[in-house]
Design a protein around this ligand. Structure first.
Ligand SMILES: NC(=O)c1ccc[n+]([C@@H]2O[C@H](COP(=O)([O-])OP(=O)(O)OC[C@H]3O[C@@H](n4cnc5c(N)ncnc54)[C@H](OP(=O)(O)O)[C@@H]3O)[C@@H](O)[C@H]2O)c1
Length: 302
């Protein structure tokens, strides 16, 4: 099988490539943009996704059976600061990749996010209606629509917070918590922010299953535990045997003087950021299991 991974130089791409390294029956073509990979060879192509001529050349050389699209402005803050660029990369780039997939009769596996949902209650299912309230979330939702419209064969993978040992220079929640606690520094765990964290190896295992077998439509690949960031930090401390008393629970807006004494408006101010994905439908459909946080952290430790 010929596989093209667009955005292979990122965090998830790095782990996906490690899984593919020992599969001699696959011919893998991969792209990077700003960071030249350490193991650069002819299978790597430099690609700016908004350069459609270059994108065309990459498809022509790769002639893929399956395309995994990871490339994106994946940071919520960066997308908010430059929304036009985020739309160009995340939406227009994805739409063009989807068109080329149809042209080359390739199947598309597209990485999306829980941020397509509003954050009002969490544990969203595959068929819940998206209602993003960040620009990043809007780009992912618009990209999903473009993929469904333009690609003839597609799977959309929505995931939650992904943790694991990071690549050099990249942020990663679990590793950041471990660093702080090891240095005897406190970690402030937000009790308002809920997610379903997934270990990167579990995510890439699921992606590989979707590469091998076609499961059309929207798939939720996330962890089995819905928890807030304070609880996640406590789990990290426990598994890595670090001092959990350094983990301090805090509401995101605690310490900010209230602007009003109206109960309704105060509740609005402390509105919880409840994302996280329910993977039940995907598990039934694909057989891909969702693992709990302790299992993921123990694998990370090992
Ligand atoms: N990590 C998470 O917690 C998480 C959660 C939900 C969804 N996702 C989604 O999963 C996908 C991969 O995430 P990640 O964590 O691996 O992100 P990442 O580490 O930031 O990697 C992003 C990848 O996209 C490439 N890229 C960025 N801008 C590009 C452009 N203009 N043209 C071509 N390539 C470009 C980067 O190349 P260079 O680094 O070489 O520039 C890199 O290979 C993204 O679509 C993200 O939205 C991630």
């Amino acid at each position: 099988m010929r596989i093209l991974i667009i955005g292979a130089s990122g965090f998830i791409g790095h782990y996906l490539l490690r899984r593919l390294r020992h599969k001699s029956d696959h011919e893998v073509t991969k792209t990077y943009n700003s960071r030249t990979p350490g193991d650069i060879d002819q299978s790597w192509h430099r690609l700016e996704i908004t350069d459609y001529q270059r994108l065309d050349q990459v498809f022509l050389q790769a002639r893929p059976d399956v395309v995994v699209l990871l490339a994106a402005i994946a940071d919520v803050g960066t997308a908010e600061r430059d929304p036009a660029r985020a739309t160009e990369v995340n939406v227009d780039g994805a739409a063009q990749v989807a068109r080329l997939c149809t042209q080359y009769h390739a199947r598309l596996v597209f990485l999306s996010s829980e941020y397509v949902f509003s954050g009002d209650r969490g544990n969203y299912q595959e068929d819940d209606a998206p209602k993003p309230n960040t620009h990043y979330g809007r780009t992912k939702w618009q990209a999903e629509l473009a993929v469904a419209r333009e690609a003839s064969q597609w799977s959309i993978v929505r995931t939650s917070v992904v943790y694991g040992w990071p690549l050099f220079g990249r942020r990663n929640l679990a590793a950041m918590i471990i660093d702080r606690l090891k240095n005897n520094e406190t970690y402030i765990g937000d009790t308002n922010t809920y997610r379903t964290p997934i270990y990167v190896e579990h995510l890439t295992e699921g992606i590989m299953r979707l590469v091998a077998d076609y499961h059309p439509g929207i798939c939720h690949l996330a962890g089995a535990d819905w928890m807030n960031m304070y609880q996640f930090a406590c789990a990290v401390a426990e598994v890595f045997e670090l001092d959990s008393s350094l983990v301090t629970p805090v509401q995101a807006l605690a310490g900010v003087p209230p602007k009003t004494d109206s109960l309704e408006e105060l509740e609005q101010d402390f509105k919880q950021d409840m994302l996280g994905l329910d993977c039940t439908q995907t598990s039934h459909r694909t057989g891909i299991r969702a693992f709990g946080v302790v299992a993921g952290l123990q694998e990370m430790l090992a």
